[in-house]
Design a protein. Structure first.
Length: 602
């Protein structure tokens, strides 16, 4: 019997690249890098060797060397579509949307029928707020590949962004019909169903429950506790570790309500941990980092690693602040990484996950009827469920514009997707009731010519002169955004998805807000906020009373002037900004949750 032969080691560039490819396909990128380094040394003019080397370097976390290798490939072969695609993917994954879009556009130029590249181009355009262009890219991708479910999901998200809610919901449902466990579409459908008026609450709850059911079927992926990990301390009265899990610990709406949670806590009884899952770090992140006992930027951790981190920190109560919004880590919570898990603040509805114990609300936002539409136990905080921390650099309150203008200006700076056709119709009715008034709306979607034309068509449908309405695009700088409230006399709150931060900002800038209260949480936040600041008379409970409240306030110039000059002080002195008082109520709720958990364990 002949002796076994030893495989001949690869010596040619092609052989080295073939073996490297097999290593890459097996997820073994470090050995592939060694092989590709040899291939590049032997064939420095081989563009594909440089491309593969760049891809491998990026996969092992060598971002800059990976980009350098891809750039070398493109210098050698500027028409290499694979290298352009890899370059676009690297830029997209490192949050550089503009060069990513440029790279994917080059792929599409070279391969016009590449549906995957078109979908990636659409994603980058969407990130850049080029929504009309993104919609066109997604439609082209779907035309080429009708079963491209990611493109269909992202297209539906574009429709949601531009206020085409029915089209968005239909798009998400089409994806779910094709793939019932498509987590992203199930997740996005939950969000979209908060916007339309008149949806059956049972149907909305069923959509959230379907998401939770699908997530619970994902196999658990956890790491074992380190050896010697002590058992949980079940003393009901000991100091507690509270973790806050959020993608929005930066210059984001959620941060205005997170600050009080950290700044006013009882440090002797509650130690805080912040788990920031988002991509952005800025000055606000640094402020929050300085207020918490422990800061963790965990964007790069997978679910198993993040679960292990939370368990290693021995968190007693984990409070997730994101819900069904961007960069959420809801899926990770299926394994219940802390004895008590709470959802709060970032999302106005149930998560649908049975492993989340409680949801923090108040008695105005959630009536007793709401309990049956949640998988979590509703914990109603006394008073308002929010505590707002205004910006210290907010501009001073400007005089009421109606005094100089001689007419009242209504307005809203809420996201355009909240301004549905029914909302717009009611606001047009207010304009007809006050025929001298003007309307100012500001939102990113108004930078889209297509969205702008759609709202202009609705104005014509409701017989409102286009000259009475200003439709403004996004204002990037926060101080300039707040300063724009000098244009408004009265804020109009959308429904059924009320504003939260926008309402607080309007009030802080001296602009009273009129809201329409509905049945569910999202449609009753305005009621809670206005009650907290002492203007419950500006709450309508049907469309007629909403119009009366708006028109009545518009007709009382003296009251408008008085509210303008006193509103900031009123808000500052109200329960809405009472950090110490709010934290006493919140921490009492945390203590009760912990005692219930200890009692349940026997």
């Amino acid at each position: 019997m002949p002796p076994p032969t030893t495989p001949t080691p690869p010596t040619t560039p092609d052989d080295l690249m073939q073996q490297a490819l097999r290593s890459m396909q097996a997820g073994r990128f470090a050995p592939a890098i060694e092989l590709l380094d040899r291939a590049v040394a032997l064939a420095p003019d081989n563009a594909d060797a440089h491309r593969m080397l760049g891809e491998c370097r990026f996969r092992v976390g060598q971002v800059a060397p990976g980009i350098e290798a891809l750039q070398a490939a493109l210098r050698l072969d500027p028409q290499n579509a694979k290298a352009w695609f890899s370059m676009g993917a690297v830029f997209a994954l490192t949050n550089r949307a503009k060069p990513a879009a440029e790279a994917f556009a080059k792929v599409v130029e070279l391969e016009p029928n590449n549906a995957v590249a078109l979908a990636c181009l659409g994603k980058s355009q969407q990130t850049l707020d080029q929504v009309d262009e993104a919609i066109e890219s997604y439609l082209r991708a779907i035309e080429l590949q009708p079963d491209h479910l990611e493109a269909r999901t992202d297209l539906a998200n574009c429709y949601l962004h531009t206020g085409q809610i029915d089209e968005a919901i239909a798009g998400f449902r089409r994806v779910i019909k094709a793939k019932p466990d498509h987590i992203a579409a199930l997740d996005c459908l939950c969000t979209a169903m908060n916007y339309p008026q008149g949806l059956d609450r049972e149907d909305v709850f069923a959509a959230h429950k379907a998401y939770g059911d699908a997530v619970m079927k994902i196999p658990a992926n956890t790491l074992p506790d380190p050896p010697g990990t002590p058992p949980p301390d079940l003393d009901p009265d000991r100091p507690l570790r509270v973790g806050y899990l959020s993608a929005d610990l930066y210059e984001h709406s959620v941060a205005y309500f997170t600050r009080a949670l950290l700044e006013h806590r009882d440090a002797a009884q509650f130690q805080t941990y912040c788990y920031h899952t988002g991509t952005t770090l800025d000055a606000v992140s640094e402020e929050l980092r300085g207020l918490t006992d422990n800061w963790r930027h965990v964007r790069a951790l997978n679910d198993a690693q993040l679960t292990a981190k939370i368990r290693a920190d021995r968190i007693d109560i984990l409070v997730e602040l994101t819900g069904h919004t961007q960069h959420s880590r809801l899926q990770m919570l299926r394994v219940k990484p802390a004895p008590v898990v709470v959802t709060y603040l970032g999302y106005p509805n149930t998560t649908g996950l049975p492993t989340i114990d409680c949801r923090l609300v108040d008695g105005l936002t959630d009536t007793p009827e709401s309990d049956k539409y949640h998988t979590e136990k509703l914990v109603r905080l006394p008073g308002c469920f929010l505590c707002y921390t205004p910006r210290t650099d907010a501009p001073p309150v400007a005089p009421s514009p109606c005094v100089a203008n001689g007419f009242v200006t209504f307005g809203s700076f809420n996201a355009t997707k909240k301004i549905t056709p029914r909302v717009f119709a009611l606001w047009c009715r207010v304009l007809r009731e006050v025929p001298t008034a003007r309307l100012v709306l500001k939102g990113a979607a108004f930078s889209s010519p297509v969205a702008l034309a759609r709202y202009e068509a609705m104005l014509a449908e409701h017989q409102i002169d286009r000259d009475r309405v200003d439709l403004l695009g996004r204002i990037a700088a926060k101080k300039d955004h707040l300063d724009a409230y000098r244009l408004l006399d009265i804020g109009l709150d959308p429904f059924p998805y009320n504003g939260t931060t926008t309402t607080c900002e309007a009030l802080w800038m001296g602009v009273p807000v009129v809201t329409l209260a509905g049945e569910n949480h999202a449609s009753r936040v305005g009621l809670s906020l206005l009650t907290a600041v002492g203007t419950p008379e500006l709450v309508g409970f049907d469309e007629d009373s909403f119009v009366r409240a708006a028109a009545g306030l518009a007709g009382d110039t003296e009251r408008l002037r008085s509210l303008r000059t006193t509103m900031r002080d009123r808000v500052a002195a109200s329960p809405l900004c009472d950090g110490p008082g709010f934290l006493q109520r919140l921490e009492a709720a945390y203590r009760a949750m912990w005692r219930d958990a200890v009692s349940a364990r026997g």
